[in-house]
Write a protein that binds this ligand. Sequence first.
Ligand code: GDP
Ligand code: IMO
Ligand code: MG
Length: 430
Amino acid sequence: MIALSGLAVVGSQWGDEGKGKMIDYLAKKADMVVRGQGGNNAGHTVVIEDKKYALHLIPSGVLNQNAINIIGNGVVFDPRGFFEELEMLEKDGVDTTKIFVSDRAHIVFPYHRKMDELFERARGKADIGTTKKGIGPCYMDKIERSGLRTCDMFDEASFIEKLSYEIDRKNDMIVKLFEEEPLDKQAIIDEYVDYAKRLLPYIKDTSILVYDAIKQGKNVLFEGAQGSMLDIDLGTYPYVTSSHPTSGGFTAGCGIGAGSISEVLGITKAYTTRVGKGPFVTELDDEIGDKIREIGHEFGVTTGRPRRCGWFDGVVVKYSARINGLTGIALMLLDVLSSFDTIKLCYAYDYKGEQIVDFPARLDALEECKPVYREIKGWNKDITGCKTYEELPEETKEYIKAIEETIGVPVKSISVGPKRDQTILRDEIF
Ligand code: GDP
Ligand code: IMO
Ligand code: MG
């Protein structure tokens, strides 16, 4: 049994690794679940019996009735999305009284969504393939120091004044730069003044709540959104999101000290997917890729787009292990590989005839990298009912071992289906 306070859970690839499932699973032992970055660009699926929940902004711990769920200061907060999600949960009888939003979180406005769309259009063929949720433009305003935060909502008159000024500025750009119709200023103000009133009970200095929980030795789970390769600094820039999905993102994004995190679990798909544009060395643009997409139901939760699929990229996950300080891996969607005769695992890239194992920064270098594969015999058996590691076929164990050898981090849990009970724990995580 490990005595822990802070467990960080991060996506180790390009997002959609199954974070929602694992966070819900681990949250049964958590006192608090905290998001620290991203916004409602995230799409985290939790399956409970026959019901499927898609969470975008509210932490995936909410379906366990004990934990306090926190949206930290590093999150870009879309009130429209928040209330839609809240309503969906309340309809299903989920207790939503233990959700708090940081008073320092930046607010997403309709002009951010509009700018997201216009910037993408202007990029033409070089578009990023964003979720169009206004994430990048909201972080732009934050960094440029013109954003509005949830604490600005407390004083209605000054909130309206600041918001009016920003809408005018954005309408100027929309009209003059993009030659589009301006947004309806009064409609935005009315909508957001109403949100401000409804949000008051949720807004708190959440850093204090997290600090107190850690100090009291409570089980605090930090929920990552997106994936490490989408990190603004460490990912495949510019084909990334605008925040820090790596473990470092939790310190600034939740207002905690670095010592508050003692374990970092990398949620890792047994193969690789990516939604949106950007380099992807092990991508399978063929019938094998189609088969993975079909069996894994690889379509985006937020945008419905088909996800690009490929074999497991060990270079990516090894890089992820280093930049996150991964102490364990939760291997997800392993059952999706159950009907392949041979499974390939990329352990290096061939770059101009030379084998490299460190993930390169340059996109043009990445474009030239070819995967170097190790082949593993498939197990060709249904593993969705396996409850223990011992029950797994020998070939499946070989594949898990090969992943551990490539990454140098232990696989602490194995997921063989989307449901809570389709989880095999090899080691105490929380
Ligand atoms: P997240 O963004 O990391 O939370 O992942 P998503 O929810 O976007 O995508 C993961 C998908 O895989 C969801 O549809 C999950 O229900 C599903 N899933 C999670 N774990 C497993 C698993 O072990 N096997 C299968 N077949 N599906 C899984
Ligand atoms: P979860 O939490 C997968 C991708 C988008 C795009 C890029 C930038 O479900 O794993 P953005 O709208 O963030 O500016 O888009 O990042 N992206 C994700 N891909 N899973 C996600 O979240 C993602 N969130 C953003 O597709 O390529
Ligand atoms: Mg997702």
